[in-house]
Design a protein around this ligand. Sequence first.
Ligand SMILES: Nc1ncnc2c1ncn2[C@@H]1O[C@H](COP(=O)(O)OP(=O)(O)OP(=O)(O)O)[C@@H](O)[C@H]1O
Ligand SMILES: O=C(CO)[C@H](O)[C@H](O)COP(=O)(O)O
Length: 323
Amino acid sequence: MSQPENFREVIRHSPLVYLIGVAGDSGSGKSTFTRAISDIFGEELVSSITVDDYHLYDRKTRSEMGITPLLHTANNLKLLEENLMDLKAGRTIQKPVYLHDHGTFGEPELFSPTKFIIIEGLHPYATKSLRALYDYTIFVDPERDVKYDWKIRRDMKKRNYDKNEVLREILQREPDYFQYVFPQREVADAVIQISYSSYGKEEGEKRNVYRVMLSMPAQEYCFEDIELNIDLCDLFKKSSHDFSLSCISHTPDSRNMRALVVDGELMPDTIHKIERQIEFQTGISPINIFRGQEHITGTDLVRLILSWQIINGRIALSNHLDQ
Ligand SMILES: Nc1ncnc2c1ncn2[C@@H]1O[C@H](COP(=O)(O)OP(=O)(O)OP(=O)(O)O)[C@@H](O)[C@H]1O
Ligand SMILES: O=C(CO)[C@H](O)[C@H](O)COP(=O)(O)O
């Protein structure tokens, strides 16, 4: 693969718009996993859209109708599709706006395409025609208890709900989640599953340490090699924490997947070495997403690997069009 001088500049001057779809339940960690791509390319080149903006009904109406926002038909997926086609063609759209503070709609706003657009929410690629518009798709799938702990905390703090309201809503949403949101996992390019750390739930929660599994369809080859370096000296340092790394084959949704499973905390040098390799591959420098962190979690490592996958997908697209 030819090395671009500085891939950020190549992208800045390219007319291509790269769409990344991130599906998952409310508060499941979607933005947490895609933040690194904005850290690498900057806000000028990366923007995001929440599919929540495409709700058809406000909170009060949904409650009167006895439906949840997880129902396909409670969302204007046709408009989402038209908007994504326009954005891909470089056109500015008028995007609807949903306001979580009170569960109502705001004035639609103009949204101009950036070079990467992250579309995240309950149904970003819930139909075949939507799925066909994306260049890369991710499904975020924390196990039940983890997801509900995060949702309770987030909805109480940021969306003005009380705990009983969140619990009631959780139970009401569950069947719709499995019927309308979960099937996107079957067609995602990458699936992230999260469970409590095997090194202890409470300590893990305090330090944001979870067992994170990144699965991708088993492939013939990777676009570009990337090394995961672990310095053996680090393993014996006083400040080292426990961690485990494994790679397994499994068949969720009847697909042959390979998965990297990370639990615990690694020394930061491991991840800095990957950052240096991404700098070398892209010409973008410096990449310092985890600057100042004393330890690196599975979430951090998976974030970086996903960014590397997305960058490679985008480089491959450029190379393909240049031929
Ligand atoms: N990997 C993670 N490690 C630790 N905490 C996490 C992780 N992912 C999510 N959380 C917790 O869940 C909260 C919600 O995460 P995030 O905003 O990424 O979810 P989301 O799916 O993007 O939410 P939304 O419903 O707004 O789309 C975070 O503020 C954090 O407390
Ligand atoms: O599943 C969700 C996505 O985040 C929300 O519950 C949905 O957007 C409705 O929002 P609200 O509860 O604020 O009316």
